[in-house]
Design a protein around this ligand. Structure first.
Ligand code: PEP
Ligand code: MG
Length: 614
């Protein structure tokens, strides 16, 4: 353990969200206010207000031209075409004229009038039948948001666009949409005041292999851009003004980890099999097409969860069916013959996209999210289902729906899927007629009707991140209650067992793709509860495999029996820690001990429920 009492050094304790160490200069991202203020202005202030509007329009025009140039360079002129539509919004004399007229008659600040006029335009355009005009509503919203950012000097994320040298991002919060756009070559890591291990920002950090610490409470308020910081993503620490001694000690820690990772690589081509020959499937989670290489090099047997929403979040427009098809096909082709489980869109909760006009909600995690959103936005859902079906022609695609709470939702989604199949057959477009369709089990109601769901699908994938938050009523992104977010709570253990039992009774396999699967302390418990597949962030694949290869299924089952009869989370967690540390001590001491060699094992037996490699 390192000492932190050195002069000038300040240590902030947060939550370790993504492993790794980064050192460098801090870049502080200011938080933007979402509310547009409204106040009266006098007649004499009117020219100044109109001038502010004019300057905001000019600045927005310049920014759009610049973004268009960058996108055009990176992705070609066609992809940049959307920005011509945005520039046209700025030239729309009816819109601009209405803002000016209302400013003169209402005498309120120009920002509130811009917001008011934009709302009216967006509402009118969104209610029209014509697809083209409805699309324009999104353009208007996007452009007006930029104008408002300029009027109100909202700079959230603007600092990132101007990034020129490597730095560590420090922010109160970082939206998943912003995190997905971080430049891996210039961002060394990030630290945020809010958030927890299972927030999507933390999940993305792991998939980008960026060291990250979240839940630092007030740290960002006490720091300035340019200050020297060290980020310890193993222990959840942010160190301001680290001394030379701290930098030296962390250099040593980093070298040890690096050597240990190299040793872990030895299990790369080995199966995830216990000492008593029980084999499970170990897959990886994927957030972006570019992450395929990391999946391949991790030694995972395919993708157990492809979070498709990041295809939507990283851009200014909704991807077309063709664009989605190309992305899904590319991933499936690259990982063949291993399976790729594509999850249909899970927007909402903490994942929003400006171009889809999702209203802000009081309880977004309980709101218009995932399958609920998709079933109401049928055209969008249909284009994704068609794209996934078309990609299934590769032969190794499976698909699953997120956040299903009832058989009605599952039946409605499957009915739409059937209609897409009929269309594609009529069009002569090939797809895999036997593509496996599964369902995520991530709300308690789904567990309680697991037998009804199991009759309708080919597999379950347990989304423990949400299952825990919905069962224990603990917001997964809120650092203040992170201590209540307890994967070993008896309610969670029993729900998992019920889901596994229902799946196996109906002869289908069941995996876990929540972060619980990638935690070496918790993976043995899942194994003991009868899980057939674990899907984890790519950097965690070697660790989990290393551990499984040192465990006995019988020990894991004993642990599960204990957890199922325990009346509280603490003793179960202690038993989990004891078993994992006993099986693979070198995983838990920062690599200080050399990783022991792969132990001998019994001959493998095959399990009928293990998901097949197609
Ligand atoms: C989960 O809820 O566990 C899950 C895997 O889905 P997500 O984290 O994307 O909500
Ligand atoms: Mg989920």
């Amino acid at each position: 353990m390192l000492e932190f009492s050195r002069l000038g050094e300040q240590v902030f304790q947060g939550i370790a969200a993504a492993a790794g160490i980064a050192r460098g200069k801090a870049l502080l991202i200011e938080r933007s206010e979402r509310q547009v203020p409204r106040y009266d202005v006098s007649e004499s202030d009117l020219p100044r207000e109109l001038e502010r509007f004019e300057s905001a329009l000019t600045a927005t025009r310049r920014q759009i031209h610049e973004t268009k140039r960058q996108v055009s360079e990176a992705m070609g002129a066609d992809a940049a075409g959307i920005f011509d539509a945005h520039l046209l919004v700025l030239e729309d004399q009816t819109l601009v004229g209405e803002v000016t007229r209302l400013a003169e008659s209402q005498r309120t600040n120009i920002d509130s009038i811009v917001e008011q006029v934009a709302d009216k335009y967006v509402r009118t355009l969104s209610s029209l039948e014509d697809d083209y005009l409805r699309e324009r509503a999104k353009d208007v919203r996007d452009v007006i948001n930029r104008v408002l950012d300029n009027l109100l000097n909202r700079r959230h994320g603007a600092e990132l666009a101007a990034l020129r040298e490597p730095c560590i991002i420090v922010a109160e919060d970082l939206a998943p949409s912003l995190t997905a756009q971080l430049r891996r070559d210039l961002v060394l890591g990030f630290a945020t005041d809010i958030g927890s291990k299972t927030s999507h920002t933390a999940i993305l950090a792991r998939s980008l292999r960026l060291p990250a610490v979240v839940g630092l409470q007030t740290a960002s308020r006490l720091m300035r851009t340019g200050q020297s910081v060290l980020l310890d993503g193993y222990n959840g620490l942010l160190i301001l003004n680290p001394t030379d001694q701290a930098l030296y000690e962390y250099g040593q820690v980093e070298r040890r980890h690096f050597r240990f990772e190299e040793r872990l690589h030895e299990v790369h081509d080995q199966p995830a099999i216990t000492l008593d020959a029980h084999r499970i499937t170990l897959s990886a989670n994927l957030e972006q097409v570019a992450g395929v290489e990391a999946v391949q090099s991790s030694g995972a047997e395919g993708v157990g969860l492809f979070r498709t929403e990041f295809l939507f979040i990283k851009r200014h427009t909704t991807p077309t069916e063709q664009e989605q098809y190309e992305a899904y096909r590319q991933v499936a082709a690259a990982l063949k013959p291993h399976p790729v489980v594509i999850r249909t869109l899970d927007l909402g909760g903490d994942k929003f996209v400006s171009h889809l006009e999702m209203p802000s909600e009081l309880n977004p995690f309980l709101g218009w999210r995932a399958i609920r959103f998709c079933l109401q936005e049928e055209a969008l859902f249909r284009s994704q289902l068609r794209a996934i079906l078309r990609a299934s022609a590769e032969g190794n695609v499976k698909m699953m729906y997120p956040m299903v709470c009832s058989v009605e939702e599952l039946d409605a989604a499957n009915a739409l899927l059937d209609r897409c199949r009929i269309e594609l057959r009529a069009e002569g477009v090939p797809f895999d007629e036997s593509m496996e369709v599964g369902v995520m089990i991530e709300v308690p109601s789904a567990v309680m009707i697991a037998d009804n769901l199991a009759r309708r699908v080919k597999f379950f994938s347990l989304g423990t991140n949400d299952l825990i938050q919905y069962t224990l009523a603990v917001d997964r992104t809120n650092e203040k209650i992170a201590h209540l977010y307890s994967p070993t709570h008896p309610a969670i253990v029993r729900l998992i067992q019920l889901a596994v039992e229902a799946a196996h009774q109906h002869g289908i396999w069941v995996g876990v793709c929540g972060e619980m699967a990638g935690d070496p302390v918790l993976a043995p418990l899942l194994l003991g509860l009868g899980i057939d597949e674990l899907s984890v962030a790519p950097p965690l694949v070697p660790r989990i495999k290393f551990l499984i290869r040192r465990l006995k299924l019988a020990e894991a089952q004993e642990l599960a029996d204990f957890a199922l009869t325990s009346d509280s989370a603490g003793p179960t967690l202690e038993r989990c820690q004891a078993l994992a540390r006993h099986a693979a001590p070198s995983l838990f001491d920062d690599g200080a001990q050399p990783a022991d060699a792969d132990p001998p094992r019994m001959e493998p037996r095959s399990s009928p429920t293990t998901p097949s490699v197609l």
